[in-house]
Design a protein around this ligand. Structure first.
Ligand SMILES: NC(=O)c1ccc[n+]([C@@H]2O[C@H](COP(=O)([O-])OP(=O)(O)OC[C@H]3O[C@@H](n4cnc5c(N)ncnc54)[C@H](OP(=O)(O)O)[C@@H]3O)[C@@H](O)[C@H]2O)c1
Length: 272
């Protein structure tokens, strides 16, 4: 993919999700010189610049000057101050893209009036351009603004637009999803070691199982199809699945997701 027509993008906050987004963009052919970052202590922005050749901005002013898209990638509790600081520096010539958890699109828009806002929930797989990003358009953002953000994240995998009210669930399932799946892969690898595999082999086998399963899931209508394609009656897989059922693993996954969503609403209710 060529970098032609690539809008300048400023990252406000250069931590984990910016460090996943930037390499995805660069490997998609986005010119690193069109990307710049500013961060709280400067450490994240400096690391991003050293690793990927993005421009280091010493201040928010420097970051947003000449940028079209301004991506906010800070923690929920840091974001109020960040938006206050940006309010006089951004205008209708920008599109503000908020990756911040627990901030509804209209709350970001209210904090920064006159600026189009699009909320985006990506996941870390954007680093390998196999991510999923779900978008919600704020009150002042046009369809054209939304399309600009779709184009940016479209370079990094799948993009969908969803109702704002669904985005806490989207964050828990899709944003946090890679961590939850990796948690299970880690547990599977530890189990392999318990039964005599060396740690590297066990990790590789677990990772390959996740990778293969992801590819199969994409081609089937339901995870159940994959489960049933492995489970033969009375076999080893059936014994293992019965134990997961007995130990309430599916219930634990539901409780984990509910905990994430509950935290997000609590943060909103208490002003983050
Ligand atoms: N990680 C994910 O997979 C993911 C996915 C979707 C959404 N998100 C959301 O993205 C946001 C950031 O998450 P993260 O995991 O990337 O966090 P993180 O790794 O902790 O990074 C936070 C970044 O914010 C910077 N920062 C702090 N105060 C700032 C300020 N006043 N001005 C500018 N930058 C400031 C920090 O600067 P220094 O580098 O200088 O310390 C750091 O670079 C969160 O709201 C999170 O929910 C994350």
């Amino acid at each position: 993919m060529s970098g032609r027509g690539a809008a300048d993008v400023a990252f406000i906050g250069c931590g984990r999700i910016a460090r996943a987004t930037v390499p995805g963009l660069v490997s998609a052919g986005y010119p690193a010189g069109s990307l710049r970052g500013v961060s709280g202590t400067g450490a994240g922005a400096r690391a991003l610049s050293q690793e990927y050749g993005t421009l280091f901005a010493a201040s928010p002013d420097e970051a947003v000057h000449g940028a079209r898209l301004v991506v906010i990638a800070t923690h929920p509790h840091e974001t109020e101050a960040v938006l206050r600081d940006l309010a006089d520096r951004v205008g209708p010539e920008h599109v503000l893209v908020s990756l911040v958890a627990s901030w509804r699109t209209e709350a970001v828009a209210a904090a920064i009036p006159g600026v189009p806002v699009v909320r985006a929930v990506p996941n870390v797989a954007v680093a390998l351009r196999t991510g999923t990003t779900v978008l919600s358009r704020g009150p002042e953002a046009t369809r054209g603004n939304l399309a600009e953000v779709e184009t940016l994240f479209g370079r990094l995998g799948q993009v969908a637009v969803a109702e704002e009210d669904s985005l806490e669930a989207v964050s828990a399932v899709s944003g946090a999803g890679p961590a939850l799946i990796a948690y299970f892969a880690e547990a599977l690898a530890v189990a392999g070691v318990d039964h005599g595999l060396d740690a590297d082999t066990a990790s590789l086998l677990a990772a390959q199982a996740v990778r293969g399963t992801g590819a199969l899931l994409e081609r089937t209508d339901s995870p159940r199809t994959v489960i049933e394609s492995v489970r033969s009656p009375g076999g080893m897989t059936a014994a293992a699945l019965d134990m997961l059922q007995d130990r309430g693993v599916a219930e634990a996954a539901r409780a984990a997701t509910a905990a994430a969503i509950r935290l997000s609403y609590q943060r909103m209710a208490t002003g983050h």
